[in-house]
Design a binder for this molecule. Structure first.
Ligand code: ASN
Ligand code: ZN
Ligand code: CA
Length: 383
């Protein structure tokens, strides 16, 4: 049965959202942790609290995104119930997936504000549940950075989906709705230019290799994030670390490639160089060699390997210009030397005798094909 949401405020009462309630197994339960670090909260049944109401919507769109884009039914692919805890902890400046629940702090009002109200944050945490189910990318070093990057990618994906599949520059700013509520225009992470946050990396040879942040999972995620951004939008490395120009393929294809790589090829230990290989493979499966080339370009642009363009097709050998008078038949009377005299045909053309000649008449044919060599010289000498 279709469930249709209509924008009652617009004059045209536009449909803003619809889904089929019979095919959707979406089950979302929102709990209030009452600002304590507990999962013994109370379940919301009324929706006046914006942390719960907007949280529900953000998770609902996330579910619908995975369903519509990849045919995925919830985080575990089996229609698993979704439990969301809001107001978790006191001024808690974070959100996370704990293996069972999606958990959202209120933030302290300076660094973060109401994390459940941020679409990219809710989708990001759901992304962790998907990664855990599909590839199990271990949350440290390269595999951890790929895990983080996957969550950011799906975060921007849900934003795009919610915006009727139209990209804006703002969408590349992860966490912009919750980050520094007193300051406009900034974000937790910038997928289109990761080093803007002053901790993320955007070039694999310069990746963080220390032990903080589980081996830099939130910093080295910038490398994957930028590769994804370039794959979608096209262009070059924002800080000119490489000189490759990526041919963009748009959001829909890029999302499907990254989803498929994590779903079928990544393992718990996948590294960045392997991610290049696996996303190329996924691109080849889905769309063929040209799109796969864009994937290679995107990774090469962030310092993962090189990209050598396929050799340009060899230009066809120049074809001899046909003689202006070709093809044509000539008749020359040898005795009177009257008739159609012709110039020596240009190279690649042939004058062929159309013998047997009758009487004194020489009949010649000029053509671009042939083997005989009756030249004009010969004709003249005959006279
Ligand atoms: N917000 C952080 C993240 O999802 C918390 C965590 O789970 N590491 O990356
Ligand atoms: Zn994360
Ligand atoms: Ca801000």
């Amino acid at each position: 049965m279709p469930v249709i949401f209509i924008d009652a405020k617009s004059e045209t009462c536009k449909i803003v959202w619809q889904y089929d309630s019979l095919t959707s197994a979406k089950k979302i339960y929102v709990y209030n942790s009452h600002q304590r670090r507990t999962f013994r909260g109370t379940r919301y049944t009324t929706w006046t609290d914006p942390a719960a109401k907007n949280g529900w919507w953000n998770l609902s769109y996330t579910y619908e995104f995975f369903k519509a884009m990849f045919g995925r039914d919830s985080w575990n692919r089996k229609g698993g119930d979704l439990y969301m805890f809001v107001h978790y902890g006191y001024k808690y400046n974070n959100a996370f997936w704990n293996g069972k629940y999606l958990v959202f702090g209120d933030g302290d009002g300076n660094f973060l504000h109401m994390t459940s109200q941020d679409q990219s944050v809710v989708a990001h945490e759901f992304g962790h549940a998907v990664v855990t189910t599909d590839s199990g990318l271990v949350y440290s070093t390269d595999s951890g950075a790929l895990n983080e990057s996957y969550s950011d990618i799906m975060g921007v994906g849900v934003d795009w989906f919610r915006n009727k599949k139209s990209i804006t520059n703002e969408m590349w700013k992860i966490g912009r709705e919750t980050y520094t509520p007193k300051k406009a225009g900034d974000a937790l992470r910038y997928m289109n230019n990761p080093t803007l946050d002053r901790s993320s990396k955007d070039y694999y040879p310069h990746r963080y290799i220390g032990s903080q942040d589980h081996g830099g999972v939130h910093w080295n995620s910038g490398i994957g994030n930028l590769a994804f951004y370039l794959l979608v939008n096209g262009g070059k490395h924002p800080r000119a670390k490489t000189n490759i120009t990526v041919k963009g393929i748009g959001m829909d294809k890029a999302l499907k490639i990254f989803y498929r790589a994590n779903r079928f090829y990544y393992t718990s230990k996948t590294t960045y160089p392997e991610a290049r290989k696996y996303t190329e493979k996924a691109a080849m499966d889905l769309y063929g060699a040209t799109i796969k080339d864009s994937v290679s370009q995107a990774w090469a642009a962030v310092g993962l390997g090189t990209y050598t363009p396929p050799p340009p097709p060899t230009p066809p050998a120049p074809q001899p210009k046909p003689d202006v008078n070709c093809p044509k038949e000539y008749r020359i009377n040898l005795k009177s030397q009257k008739g159609d005299f012709v110039n020596r045909p240009s190279s690649g053309n042939y004058l062929t005798s159309l013998g047997p000649n009758t009487g004194n008449e020489l009949r010649l044919k000029c053509s671009t094909k042939g083997s005989a060599g009756v030249t004009l010289q010969t004709i003249k000498n005959r006279s």
